[in-house]
Design a protein around this ligand. Sequence first.
Ligand SMILES: [Zn+2]
Length: 433
Amino acid sequence: MGQEQSTFISEDTPPQNLSERSLAAVADFIKSGRARRIVVMTGAGISTAAGIPDFRSPETGLYANLAALNLPEPEAVFDLAFFQQNPRPFYALARELYPGARYRPTVSHAFLALLARKNLLHVLFTQNIDCLERAAGVPPDRIIEAHGSFATQRCIDCREPFADDAKMRESVERGEVPRCERVVGRDEDETDGIGGKEQDEERRCGGLVKPDIVFFGEALPKAFFERSGAVQEADLVLVMGTSLQVHPFAGLPNMAEEEVPRVLFNLERVGSFGTRADDVMVLGDCDAGVRKLADALGWRDELEKAWRELVGDEEAERQLQGAAKRLAALHDEVGKLAEEVEEALHIDEKEGDQEVVKESQKGQDRDASAAGSAEQTEESVKGEAGSNTNLPDAEPRPEEKGSPSRNNNSASQDSTEQGEKTDGADKAKETAA
Ligand SMILES: [Zn+2]
């Protein structure tokens, strides 16, 4: 499960279930009533427009906040041993990400809720911990939060659930770390003379309470394994905004029956997409792809209306402007690369002059790096969309565990990341000072 196959379907291979490999054909397939059990897998990319920060990105205030809390490394925020010593950095992050605190659903989330309302959503598997699927109105019993969520919490010592959600929310808002209240015994007050039995002190567990977010080395929720079989019942699979790099989540799309159409909404091709006859890839911004599908389905007005009612016009505009900015940044980058290539080519044309030969050499170097230009551009955007890391496949690592961590450091970014981290830390120090 999960390994990428190397054989891509050739253009000549006809699809089995779709009339063609296109979004329009997918819409027809849904409209024909043949897709009644749609299984969806989502990742950080569907929350990008919401502004959920990449907690390691130095540009976000969030990273600076965490740096100010003296984390040995950003990943420590999802490390159980570190949490035991110092839960405050995690709670700083929790305060930021807590459902309802700051972030609102995207149009992609609203689309999932729409699928559920139309009784087409069989199961939604999400890697995100932001609970925005719930916030959008997807019924909780349809959602499998593969990397946990803030929806429930428990004591890390005795595993007792901490049931008082209101108290939990209050603690998080105040930046306090809640403690387990399970009564483990009574301290008989031997000198008790005044108040009698009421004076007996209840002894409480007092362990640290942690939201049920999967930390390093922790098992995925049981529900993930119990429900993963639902993928085999799917008659249509939608994969949205995930780079499918971390197993076992990454293996889910491959569990669908071979002839079941699979649609990918992501900045780039991932996993085994493209190896099956009914794979459709909608590459680009996730929300944009979802809007295209909604158009093809004739659901666009309904979708936009539902989304605006959910988030309000102001937030809707903010998200739309953010999307425009991301697109502009992408165009800028592509433009710059194109200019550089152009320049290098021109210089190559003039030969002879030593000066120019040197330049030409530089140009070739640049050209060489520009050979991967599309890829580089994609990578940097991928960063924004929070698709993912070059992680070893073995087990989910915290950066994959949910959206705050979604971290897309490609190897090339890794090399520069250290410097950025330092910058972030410095900035944080400056801010703190
Ligand atoms: Zn406890």
